[in-house]
Design a binder for this molecule. Structure first.
Ligand code: CA
Length: 627
């Protein structure tokens, strides 16, 4: 059978199945209206960020500060070993939990009992794909639409599975690993389309995201984030405009601008938002450009029409970036009153250390302040939001220590919002530094990572780096520091109107785990050492701490309600590619992993392999945690 026959057969089978499952219990149809209203009751978790604006705020309040100490494990499900950490956010719909694990293996279990309903393995050619993966064999999530689960396969495919049976309905090709592309992010749905981006920014790639018809898989449009080979014609005027912000020599190396995490959607504004990765190779010297080139649309938010993929506005956080400041972190939408005015905003706690608030209809900058130590910039222009870059932070052969590090002040760990308090909970790495330096012996290699650095993975791997030189002094810093002797990771409660920290809790970091916020005045945080922690949302008082026993490779928590009971679910555990913890971040070559992302010394993760699990908690749950 070809793909079309499979699709036809499955849709016929689907009709029978639905009518067969049906009497009295027709599964709820997840269409555009259901997704638009997702999160209003909190009963189900239908998309990666819960709501189209990706707030990860659930109004559920059965579990609250007064009873959360009774939280216990209800059941666990072993997700299977193989490749890396658990980074995925599960979905819950019609009483079933869906999730994705290493090598894009997707599973469905009864959300009340953990009994497996189905399991699907895309049979990725692991040997071929592994060398093209920069940062661990991970996938961050799924989408659900009209009876299908839409699966991003790390080898560049997009596959729809029947939600009831786990059988393939359609399959589409987004990109090929032979061209250095992989897919790690969760697909999103807007106006009947599934939208997905490609990872691989440190490889010689040209970043893009594209839309497929969510019912058939058929390709609809593609948006390139960078202009591409200058010897070829531009696809559109936006690419021509972008090309003027590059040196043509640099563009021959792909350009980067990969799309590997954040998207959000405002159905009223008819705008779909995407965060884009850093320009590649990192060093501006490797791109053979001066400091006057902005490199559009890398390190930016772009807003496009979901029907056409046409650019409406862009906002670039890091013009001419050379510090690996991908701007792909969580894009969250909120409606807030700022200086007496009701504003529709899009927000990002960027890798670069600034918390940005931007008008999501016009793309106009509203405000930005450092939430972590920042030395690469002195601040942001108050009108435009353009960074005032410290001249000392541009580097050549002599290393320059820069904060944040390339791991970022905030990476992929999801934030969450409390609309009543106006607080966003940011898993952050407060003080991180990396010494950047250009390898003057660098030569571009079209089959591997190219950072142009004098040290670390992907750095001069093809050519011996120049002799190490003593580092220059660090540029002056702004923004908070971690307290003396404290780990660099923390959870910040960030006041989005006043742009300041309201409270801080000393655990976690910008990668690993993540948060969910609830109507029970709680924030749940999963931290990379395996703990599930709850704080009061307003004051940051720690009201729960459970060591899950997984000790590493932790994914974000979700919450849902079923049969009158509120649950908290999360996946965690390393996939077993050797004993070492795989650093949980895009392109971490040469960086020291913060202490908070390493397993506790002497703990189970400290050398031993951990069987990854999906853990589900509820009040008075009394199942045994993994040992
Ligand atoms: Ca990167």
């Amino acid at each position: 059978m070809n793909v079309r026959q499979v699709a036809l057969w499955t849709s016929i089978a689907g009709v029978f199945l639905w009518s067969w499952v049906a009497p009295g219990q027709q599964p709820r149809r997840i269409d555009d209206a259901a997704l638009r209203n997702a999160g209003k009751t909190g009963e189900e978790w239908l998309s990666y960020g819960l709501t189209p604006g990706e707030t990860r705020y659930s109004p559920l309040k059965q579990i609250d500060a007064s009873n959360v100490s009774r939280l216990g494990l209800e059941w666990s499900y072993e997700v299977g070993r193989g490749g890396g950490n658990q980074e995925a956010t599960p979905l819950m719909s019609n009483g079933t939990l869906y999730n994705i694990t290493n090598w894009s293996i997707t599973y469905a279990v009864d959300a009340r009992t953990g009994k497996e309903k189905w399991r699907w393995d895309p049979e990725v050619n692991r040997g071929t794909v592994q060398p093209k993966i920069c940062c661990g064999v991970v996938n961050r999530g799924l989408a659900i639409y009209e009876g299908n689960i839409i699966v991003p396969v790390i080898d560049g495919r997009l596959v729809a599975l029947n939600a009831e049976t786990g059988k393939p309905v359609w399959e589409s090709r987004v990109a090929y690993p032979q061209n250095n592309y992989t897919i790690t992010m969760a697909p999103r749905i807007a106006k009947g389309k599934v939208i997905i981006g490609v990872a691989g920014g440190e490889f010689p790639t040209r970043g893009f995201f594209e839309a497929h018809d969510a019912k058939t898989g058929q390709f609809v449009w593609r948006f390139y984030t960078v202009p591409g080979d200058p010897s070829k014609p531009f696809e559109n005027e936006d690419m021509r405009r972008a090309a003027a912000t590059w040196d043509p020599e640099g563009l021959k190396m792909g350009g980067g601008g990969s799309v590997w995490d954040a998207m959000s959607y405002d159905p009223d504004a008819d705008l779909f938002y995407v965060g884009t990765g850093n320009a590649g190779p990192w060093a501006a010297d490797a791109r053979k450009q001066g400091k006057d080139k902005d490199n559009l649309y890398a390190a930016s938010i772009v807003a496009v029409r979901p029907d056409t993929g046409k650019l409406v506005w862009y906002f670039q956080m890091v013009p001419g970036d050379e510090w690996d400041y991908d701007s792909v972190q969580h894009l969250m939408l909120a409606d807030v009153t700022i200086k007496g005015q009701q504003r529709k905003v899009i927000m990002q706690a960027n890798k670069d250390g600034f918390y940005y608030v931007v008008d999501r209809v016009t793309g106009k900058f509203i405000s930005g302040q450092p939430f972590a130590r920042v030395t690469w910039a002195k601040g942001l222009n108050e009108e435009t939001g353009r960074p005032i870059i410290n001249p000392e932070s541009y580097y050549h052969e002599q290393p320059v220590p820069i904060a944040p590090s390339n791991g970022g002040a905030h990476n992929w760990a999801p934030m969450s919002f409390n609309p009543a308090l106006g607080l966003v909970y940011v898993p952050a790495t407060i003080s991180g530094t990396r010494a950047f330096s250009f390898n003057s012996n660098f030569t571009y290699n079209e089959n591997q990572m190219n950072t142009g650095q004098a040290g670390g993975r992907g750095a001069g791997a093809n050519v011996a780096p120049a002799k190490p030189l003593p580092p220059l002094p660090p540029p002056p810093g702004i923004g908070p520091l971690a307290p003396e002797g404290a780990a660099p990771g923390a959870l910040l409660a960030w006041d989005i109107v006043n742009q300041k920290e309201r409270w801080r809790a000393p655990a976690g970091g910008g990668s690993g785990g993540g948060t969910v916020s609830t109507g029970g005045n709680l924030v749940f945080q999963v931290v990379p050492d395996g703990r599930l922690i709850a704080y009061t949302a307003d004051k940051g008082e720690r009201v729960l701490e459970i060591q899950t026993g997984l000790r590493g490779g932790m994914g974000p928590p979700i919450t849902y309600m079923l049969g009158g009971k509120q649950y908290i679910a999360l996946a965690g555990g390393q996939g077993g590619r050797g004993a070492a913890v795989v650093p949980n971040r895009e392109a971490a070559p040469g960086t020291t992993v913060p202490a908070t992302t390493a397993p506790a010394a002497g703990g189970r993760g400290g050398g031993a392999q951990v069987a990854p699990k999906l853990l589900v908690f509820a009040l008075d749950g009394n199942a045994r945690l993994p040992e």
